[in-house]
Ligand binder design. Structure first.
Ligand code: PLP
Length: 463
C-alpha cells in the first residue's frame, strides 16, 4: 500500500492539537470508531472540547474556537446562556429525576402549545430519533395503515424506519442491521414532485407523509414552498396525516418553527434540539385527536389494542423541562431568531465574497440561521457565487454530494486551525449570541482555510 505524504494541513493539525490526538488514541480502543456520533469523526482524530461559553468553545489544547456547530444546532441561544444555566442549576438542586410528573413539564408544554401552530397537545421524549419514531407510530395507529411516505434524502434520525429508502441507492438500507420486513412500510418520493407524491398516495394505504420542511439535512437542497403547500393540499385531499420533522427548524426559524415561517400547518410535528435549551429533550406535538391516541380510555379492549404505547425513563426529564422552559421563554418573541438569521446572512455574504476572492468555486447558502457551504474544483461547480444563480444551476444530485470527501475533511481541519468549527466542515448554524465582529473574523478564517486546502493541492481554483 502506498504511504501518502502528510499534507501541510495534516502536519499543522497534528502539531496544534496533540492532546486531542492523545485522547483519541485512548478512545479508539474503548468506543467503536472512537466517537459516539458518526458525524463527529474526523481523520486522523477529532478535536476534543473542554469547555464553552456563548459562541465560543475551547479545545483540550487550549485553543479558542468560534463555534458554528452549536450543539448540532440545539444552541440557538449559545453555550451556557445565564438564564438557562440558572434554571438547570435550580432544578438540579430540587430533583434531577422525579419518576413522576413535575410542574415544570406543564410550563414547558404550555410554551410549546402556545408557540407552535399545530400543537394542540405535546408529548415529550428524549431525542429527535425517538420523536420521529413516535410520530410514525401515532400516525399508523390513527390511520390503521402501515405505510409512511417519506421524501428521498430527508433525514429523520437513525431508527430502523428512518434507514429505509433514505439515501441513494434508495433500495439499499442506509444502515446494516435493518430488517427487510420494514421495506414495505416505507415509500419514498423525490422532493418537489407532486405527481410522484400523488402516485404514492393513490393506493390508499398511507398513514402519513413525513418530511423536513426546509429541505433535506439542514437545507442541502433548498425546498420550494409551493411544493410544501402542494403536499399539504394533497395529504388533506387523501385524508393522510402530514408530519413536519422540525427537529432542526423548530423554534429556530421562528418561534413557531417552519410551519409558522411557511404558513403551512402539519397535523403532527417533531422537535428536539432548541426545544430543550441544549439538554437532551424532544417532543411530538400536533392535533389533539391524533396525539390523544396515547391516552388511556379505561376501556380494556381499546387500551390494549388501539392505544399507542409510549414510555421512556428520561421522557420529560426535569432538567430538560427546566432548560426547555427557560429557552422557549427567551425564544418566544422571535427577536433571537431574527438576530441569528441576520448574522447568518452576513456570514453567507462574507463566505461567498471570500470564495470569489480566492477563485474557488462554491457557495454558502441556507435558510434563516441555518447555513451550508459547498466548494469544489474548477469545472466541478459553476463559476458564480451568486446564491440564486448557483442553486438554480447545480443539479440536485451534486448539491446532495456537497463538498467532496477529501476536500471536506481537509477543510474541516483547516477550519479548526483557523479557529472556527463548522459541523462536518460543510454546515452549521448561527446563534443569537454570535457577534458581527465574530462573523467578520470567521469569514477571514474561512478564506485562510480555503487557501490552505488550495496550497495543499487538494482544491483546484479557477485559473
Ligand atoms: N430529524 C432531523 C431533521 C434531524 O436533523 C435530526 C438530527 O440532527 C433528527 C431527526 C434526529 O435527532 P436526534 O439526533 O436528536 O436523534
Amino acid at each position: 500500500m502506498a504511504i501518502s505524504t502528510p499534507t501541510a494541513i495534516d502536519q499543522a493539525y497534528r502539531a496544534a492539537f496533540p492532546r486531542s490526538a492523545e485522547l483519541y488514541e485512548q478512545a479508539r480502543g474503548l468506543m467503536p470508531a472512537g466517537v459516539n456520533h458518526d458525524v463527529r469523526q474526523l481523520h486522523p482524530f477529532p478535536i476534543y472540547i473542554d469547555r464553552a461559553s456563548d459562541s465560543r468553545k475551547w479545545d483540550v489544547d487550549g485553543h479558542e474556537v468560534i463555534d458554528f456547530a452549536v450543539g448540532h444546532g440545539a444552541l440557538i441561544l449559545g453555550h451556557g446562556h445565564p438564564t438557562i444555566l440558572a434554571a438547570i442549576h435550580a432544578q438540579a438542586d430540587k430533583v434531577t429525576h422525579a419518576a413522576a410528573p413535575t410542574e415544570q413539564e406543564i410550563r414547558w408544554a404550555e410554551l410549546v402549545t402556545r408557540l407552535v401552530p399545530c400543537a394542540e397537545r405535546v408529548r415529550f421524549v428524549l431525542s429527535g430519533t425517538e420523536a420521529t419514531m413516535l410520530a410514525m407510530r401515532l400516525a399508523r395507529a390513527y390511520s390503521g395503515h402501515s405505510t409512511v411516505v417519506r421524501v428521498q434524502n430527508h433525514f429523520h434520525g437513525w431508527h430502523d424506519y428512518a434507514m429505509v429508502q433514505w439515501l441513494p441507492p434508495y433500495e439499499a438500507h442506509a444502515s446494516a442491521g435493518v430488517p427487510d420486513a420494514l421495506d414495505s412500510t416505507m415509500r419514498a418520493v423525490p422532493m418537489d414532485d407532486l405527481g410522484a407524491l400523488e402516485r404514492a398516495l393513490a393506493p390508499g394505504d398511507v398513514a402519513a407523509v413525513i418530511l423536513e420542511p426546509d429541505g433535506p439535512v439542514v437545507g442541502t437542497v433548498p425546498m420550494d414552498p409551493v411544493w410544501l403547500q402542494g403536499v399539504r393540499e394533497l395529504t388533506e385531499r387523501h385524508g393522510v396525516l402530514l408530519i413536519f420533522d422540525e427537529v432542526v427548524t423548530g423554534f429556530r426559524l421562528t418561534p413557531g418553527g417552519a410551519q409558522q415561517y411557511f404558513g403551512v400547518t402539519p397535523d403532527l410535528a417533531t422537535f428536539a434540539k432548541a426545544i430543550a435549551g441544549g439538554v437532551p429533550g424532544a417532543a411530538v406535538a400536533g392535533r389533539a385527536d391524533v396525539m390523544d391516541r396515547i391516552g388511556f380510555r379505561g376501556d380494556p379492549a381499546y387500551d390494549r389494542h388501539q392505544r399507542v404505547v409510549h414510555m421512556g425513563t428520561y421522557s420529560a426529564h426535569p432538567m430538560a423541562a427546566a432548560a426547555g422552559t427557560a429557552a422557549l421563554t427567551l425564544l418566544a418573541d422571535g427577536t433571537a431568531q431574527d438576530r441569528a438569521a441576520a448574522l447568518a446572512d452576513r456570514l453567507r455574504d462574507g463566505v461567498n465574497a471570500a470564495l470569489a476572492d480566492t477563485g474557488v468555486s462554491g457557495c454558502a447558502y441556507g435558510l434563516r440561521s441555518c447555513f451550508r457551504v459547498i466548494v469544489g474544483d474548477a469545472g466541478d461547480l459553476p463559476d458564480t457565487t451568486d446564491r440564486v444563480e448557483f442553486l438554480a444551476t447545480v443539479p440536485v444530485e451534486r448539491l446532495l454530494i456537497g463538498t467532496r470527501g477529501p476536500i471536506k475533511s481537509a477543510l474541516h481541519k483547516a477550519f479548526f486551525l483557523e479557529g472556527i468549527d463548522i459541523l462536518a466542515g460543510n454546515h452549521g448554524w448561527t446563534s443569537a449570541v454570535h457577534t458581527d465582529e465574530q462573523i467578520d473574523v470567521s469569514v477571514a478564517a474561512f478564506g485562510r482555510a480555503i487557501a490552505r486546502v488550495v496550497k495543499d493541492g487538494l482544491l483546484r481554483p479557477r485559473s
